[in-house]
Design a protein around this ligand. Structure first.
Ligand SMILES: Nc1ncnc2c1ncn2[C@@H]1O[C@H](COP(=O)(O)OP(=O)(O)O)[C@@H](O)[C@H]1O
Ligand SMILES: O=C(O)C1=C[C@@H](OP(=O)(O)O)[C@@H](O)[C@H](O)C1
Ligand SMILES: [Mg+2]
Length: 171
């Protein structure tokens, strides 16, 4: 089975839903941000602070290229779609699910979150709108998360993948 990759804006729930989908499907769940933190032994804010966003993006691409292409579910960082190389890799190799969440809902979820350097800093509306187009371009499927619990979102992904696989087998 093609690996399932979750993309979407910060706070769309990729990391939370990851664990639930992995459990339901009994496959490994991996998070690119967690992998980066493990290999560098630094937190994401530390990397941004000491080396800047460009270095973080290089590490993110290196990490993505080493991720499984089959039998796994992977949560990405919200900025993974900024790079053309990353977008092409995702489109070519894996099944991509875009978790779509409105900016108002994200504001409620993240509030004054301190663990996301770009959440603190940016003009959020511009960043959100610029990225939305890229999420849509890259995704095989879209799931709306507003008003749903992580468990409900995980169940939708599970049903979607089941359907994809049975359709593919012509059952
Ligand atoms: N469906 C949801 N409904 C409400 N809150 C959620 C939902 N999904 C995630 N959250 C909360 O939003 C915050 C960010 O979730 P997270 O999984 O880290 O998102 P991401 O990895 O996409 O940035 C966390 O505090 C989490 O508990
Ligand atoms: O949107 C972004 O550029 C980022 C999102 C974060 O991941 P989440 O989407 O899991 O919050 C993390 O990769 C880093 O802070 C940069
Ligand atoms: Mg995350």
């Amino acid at each position: 089975m093609k690996a399932i990759y979750l993309i979407g804006f910060m706070g769309s729930g990729k990391s939370s839903v990851l664990r639930l989908v992995a459990e339901k499907m009994a496959i490994p769940g991996l998070d690119t941000d967690q992998q980066i933190e493990q290999t560098t032994r630094q937190t994401i804010p530390e990397i941004f602070k000491s080396q800047g966003e460009t270095v973080f993006r290089e590490k993110e691409t290196d990490t993505l290229m080493k991720m499984p292409k089959t039998d796994a579910v992977v949560a990405t960082g919200g900025g993974i779609v900024e790079s053309e190389v990353n977008r092409s890799w995702l489109k070519e190799n894996v099944f991509v699910v875009y978790l779509h969440t409105s900016l108002a809902e994200i504001e409620r979820r993240l509030g004054k979150d301190e663990s996301r350097p770009l959440w603190k800093k940016h003009d959020k509306t511009a960043l959100y709108e610029r990225r939305m187009e890229k999420y849509r371009q890259t995704a095989d499927s879209l799931i709306k998360t507003d008003g749903k619990s992580p468990e409900q979102v995980a169940e939708e992904i599970y049903q979607l993948i089941r359907k994809e696989n049975t359709d593919m087998l012509g059952i």
